[in-house]
Design a protein around this ligand. Sequence first.
Ligand code: BTN
Length: 262
Amino acid sequence: MADLIKQTIIRSDFCSKVYMYSEVSSTNVIAKKIIEERNEIGFVITAERQSAGKGQGGKNWESPQGGLWSSLAIQPQIELSQLGLVPILSAVGIAKALETFDIKPLLKWPNDILFKQNLKKIGGILVEGKITQFKLNYLVIGIGLNVNNTIDQYSKLLQEQITTIYEELRRKINLSRLLFEIIHQIENSFERLKLDGSQSILEEWKNRDNIIGMNVVVQSPEMDYQGKVADISSNGQLVLEISDSKRVNLLTGTVIIRKENI
Ligand code: BTN
């Protein structure tokens, strides 16, 4: 583990402590290590850089200086059947946090944050957790956002696929303020989920959704599906219409928007 720069106490009960590092392998890995080794929960890890950041599907996540690379280590009171809502409510929380900085992103199921004007990816979420005996021990919500970075900090391959807030708006954002706003919004979403169920969160998602009604291919772990996105279900699954009379609900996958939509 790299050096710990600062340990800050914040007001929220949800994430009461922030561990700040200059560089770690992956904030998700460090968060899980602290939970397991110190039996601690309710904190955030944030790093200026990650040397081995992790993305969806075991992919590498490039994390140069200037981005927001953070993991929330929490133990929310949710049903196991609601786990599919965690990336959804996190993405909504991140979008609402960015909106307080006058940046209005779009969301692509299940965990992509897109820059609205060109639909390029500016961020993603990696949720990991541990369940024992049908009980949720903990969740780690890993958040990666390309914020104050320039595009030349990324590999050539990625430069064609992604963008950063700085590249689009030529404006630097205070990363601590953004992180605290994200924590606040995600905490608020978990509270609403507990009190009122998923309806308001799904509405907020749908107001920012980029794929409902589109013809897509979904690469899911077991097979690829082709169809039209009909909805997001009450527990966060993608509802895909694969023929006039047949719909499938997908838990996870990579959505590729088909050219005929464009
Ligand atoms: C994706 O593939 O879209 C998800 C990317 C998640 C990246 C973040 S950066 C902070 C946290 N630590 C990691 O190693 N990954 C997540």
